[in-house]
Design a protein around this ligand. Structure first.
Ligand SMILES: Nc1ncnc2c1ncn2[C@@H]1O[C@H](COP(=O)(O)OP(=O)(O)OP(=O)(O)O)[C@@H](O)[C@H]1O
Ligand SMILES: Nc1nc2c(ncn2[C@@H]2O[C@H](COP(=O)(O)O)[C@@H](O)[C@H]2O)c(=O)[nH]1
Length: 207
């Protein structure tokens, strides 16, 4: 039987490293990827975040109900809020043969790894911790307290990068996007459907 399921790509990295920036640039070029929109209990950032585009924004009670009903593929509490991946969209897309892209923090990624080891785990790192701090500060979306907490988390997260299949330094956006694209292409070559089809053909030929 030919396996035509899609591949699950997981992009993690500390807050402010540029995951969202790299992902958006990647999606402008790769229209075959499907982005899994996360659910969160954090409030919308000022400046245009939208329900169903950036996140599904829910109350703590609604989020906990989703957990209770086992509707989350993974979830984590990060700096005081829940973040998680609704299971249904990912399952449906993978089954239909589409690649799915998750942009999530480390605790959640490790849960996915346990349940979905065939996923491809990519860790984005900043060129330096100083530059990471500059990026969060310059983005201007977090209070001073939140910046301190996110940078604390960043240290713990970076320690986990060995658990990932690939590490990409986001020094220059175009280079980082190109590297992530190469990873997507390599994984397709590795699991090539063409190779599987050839094997199936050879088996038929042998009979
Ligand atoms: N290679 C880069 N060089 C300089 N600035 C960058 C680079 N990549 C991203 N940035 C900037 O860094 C800031 C943080 O980027 P972004 O919001 O994409 O990070 P993130 O990892 O998605 O953060 P979070 O996890 O908090 O959502 C943004 O202002 C973005 O424009
Ligand atoms: N475990 C999960 N983490 C997620 C998910 N969606 C986003 N995130 C990560 O949370 C932090 C904070 O996000 P922000 O939008 O408040 O800056 C960041 O690292 C995100 O990548 C998710 O579904 N699950």
């Amino acid at each position: 039987m030919i396996d035509e399921k899609g591949i699950l790509f997981i992009l993690s990295g500390p807050s402010g490293v540029g995951k969202g920036t790299v992902r958006k640039a990647l999606f402008e070029q790769d229209t075959n990827l499907k982005y899994s929109i996360s659910m969160t209990t954090r409030t919308k950032r000022e400046g245009g975040e939208q329900e169903g585009v950036d996140y599904f924004y829910r109350s703590h009670e609604q989020f906990e109900q989703m957990i209770h009903e086992k509707k989350m593929l993974e979830y984590a509490k990060y700096v005081g809020n829940y973040y998680g991946t609704p299971r249904q969209y990912v399952d449906e897309m993978i089954e239909k043969g589409h690649d799915v892209f998750l942009e999530i923090e480390v605790q959640g990624a490790l849960q996915v790894k346990e349940n979905f080891p065939q996923g491809v785990f990519i860790f984005l790192i900043p060129p330096s911790l100083e530059e990471l701090k500059n990026r969060i500060v310059e983005r201007g979306t977090e209070t001073e307290d939140l910046i301190i907490n996110r940078l604390k988390e960043a240290r713990n997260e970076i320690e986990m990068m060995d658990k990932y299949d690939y590490v990409v330094v986001n020094d220059n956006i175009e280079d980082a996007v190109r590297k992530v694209q190469s990873i997507v292409q390599s994984e397709h070559c590795k699991r090539s459907r063409v190779a599987k089809q050839y094997k199936a053909l050879l088996e038929v030929d042998d009979k």
